[in-house]
Design a protein around this ligand. Structure first.
Ligand SMILES: Nc1ncnc2c1ncn2[C@@H]1O[C@H](COP(=O)(O)OP(=O)(O)OP(=O)(O)O)[C@@H](O)[C@H]1O
Length: 223
């Protein structure tokens, strides 16, 4: 199986002097194609920090991260943006939805920026909306939706582009348990049937039980 992401001795230190906090210490991790990985750990253990590093939203203080064998440290700012746009899907807590666009338009926008073929936009938008159960909200704008519904729009947008790697920070945090279960089934299906790999963070034991790979971050290290 191909390795999608590899972390070698990755460290992240914030601040300096008395304020110095070493959040990640010598993290080594290899993530293969078609894996759905959960990262758990107490609040402040560095889960979001790790996702940010893999998403090239931040750089490690030491160590290297490889995406399909290419070191992320060699990417300039423009290439980092290109990497995020064409290879990754983000489901982050801030949702990142465009306020003036409807649910459909937000998802279509994602397809447009990743360069998906024009003739597939409509069907992919409808399918993604259907999968997250928002068909009757398709013409609504984000401010008309609940937090959980907005979270589902962000999920629909990320899965519709079928990216190589999806990074999801607590993607089910605002969903009830039935909806969370359904969404994780959608993630599992995507990862099994497409060339997609996914890393999500969660505090929910029921979700961890549904997944094959669960890593714990503790004292800056991966168990
Ligand atoms: N920009 C920053 N400057 C200084 N410290 C930071 C910065 N970002 C994060 N931290 C610290 O790094 C630690 C890890 O934060 P992170 O957000 O990665 O944790 P987390 O495991 O995702 O937590 P949660 O489950 O609460 O979301 C925390 O102690 C946090 O205060």
């Amino acid at each position: 199986m191909n390795t999608v992401v590899e972390l070698k001795d990755v460290e992240r230190v914030y601040g300096g002097g008395n304020q110095k906090v070493q959040v990640l210490k010598q993290i080594n991790l290899s993530i293969k194609e078609n894996q759905l990985i959960a990262l758990k750990g107490r609040s402040g253990s560095g889960k979001t920090t790790l996702l940010n590093l893999i998403g090239a939203l931040d750089r490690p203080t030491n160590g290297e991260i490889y995406f399909h064998g290419e070191p992320l440290s060699l990417l300039n700012t423009k290439q980092q943006a290109e990497y995020r746009r064409t290879k990754l899907g983000f489901i982050f807590q801030s949702h990142g939805l465009v306020p003036l666009m409807t649910v459909e338009e937000n998802i279509e926008f994602g397809l447009r920026v990743t360069g998906a073929p024009r003739e597939e936009w409509d069907s992919r938008v409808q399918e993604a909306i259907d999968v997250v159960g928002l068909t009757n909200r398709a013409k609504h704008r984000p401010y008309e939706l609940s937090g959980g519904e907005q979270q589902r729009v962000a999920i629909a947008r990320a899965i519709s582009t079928e990216p190589s790697l999806i990074l999801a920070d607590e993607p089910t945090a605002e969903l009830n348990s039935t909806m969370a279960y359904q969404i994780v089934q959608v993630f599992k299906k995507l990862v099994n049937e497409k060339k997609t790999t996914m890393i999500l963070t969660t505090h929910d034991p029921a979700i961890m039980e549904m997944l094959d790979y669960v890593y714990t971050l503790e004292d800056g290290r991966i168990e």
